[in-house]
Design a protein around this ligand. Structure first.
Ligand SMILES: *Cc1c(COP(=O)(O)O)cnc(C)c1O
Length: 224
């Protein structure tokens, strides 16, 4: 299937008033489609599966900024550590420590978002507020253990529902937490600016609620 460049351009125009950026979610899609969006100006792509990402990455332009957005097992961090720009799906301390360890070996710094669980579905991954605060406390009390990760903000997914009120409420929750952390710990987390929320079905609501990174897959690449 040929990719829809006019639609891609339309989404970029929709983002402009919000100063939000697009992560094109290319999981399961061939390198040809990714290359086509790259040629049209897209630089940030999101992938969910380590094995798939490490196969695609060498075949595509090296200035692509790859964002990992899927559930990540600690033992697989080493495969993406040499090139990953941002890991959006950090949901436990052990994983963050492993990212730091693998980044230190390169050496480089890996941008990270902490994934929040705000949706009603139990199956979705992420931290609740207490877990988030505990993780942040740990990084603040042992900054020497986190020199190679940069905490850049929060990521989250809303409940899969048509009820806009629920979606809006969940996005607002993420935004409020991000602001709270940014304001309370600006010295410790000076880069805590990003709020990654909004997918094909709900990105317009996410923009209205303050998203800085929207993650769009099926709308751009076609259904999976
Ligand atoms: C697949 C995926 C997306 C993109 O979803 P679409 O509905 O295809 O836009 C966004 N975020 C995460 C975490 C995903 O796994």
């Amino acid at each position: 299937m040929a990719v829809d460049i006019p639609l891609f351009q339309k989404i970029h125009r929709e983002l402009q008033p919000y100063q939000s950026r697009l992560v094109a979610v290319s999981k399961t899609k061939p390198v040809e489609d990714i290359q086509a969006f790259y040629n049209a100006g897209q630089k940030m792509f999101g992938e969910n599966y380590v094995q798939e990402l490490v196969q695609k990455q060498p075949a595509l332009p090296q200035d692509i900024q790859w964002h990992f957005i899927g559930h990540l097992q600690s033992n697989k961090v080493k495969y993406i550590a040499p090139f990953i720009k941002m890991i959006q799906s950090v949901d436990n301390l052990r994983l963050l420590k492993e990212i730091n360890k693998q980044a230190a070996k390169q050496p480089r710094i890996i941008d990270c978002l902490l994934q929040m669980h705000v949706a009603k579905e139990e199956t979705k991954f992420g931290l609740d507020e207490n877990e988030l605060m505990a993780l942040l406390k740990e990084t603040m009390s042992h900054p020497e253990n986190f020199q190679h990760v940069r905490l850049c903000g929060l990521m989250g997914m809303a409940t899969n529902t048509n009820d806009e009120t629920i979606i809006r409420k969940e996005f607002r929750q993420i935004k409020e937490l991000q602001e709270k952390i940014k304001n309370s710990f600006s010295d410790q987390f000076p880069y805590f600016e990003e709020i990654s929320m909004g997918m094909s079905s709900d990105y317009k609501i996410a923009l209205e609620e303050g998203s800085t990174l929207i993650r769009i897959g099926s709308l751009l690449f076609g259904s999976r």
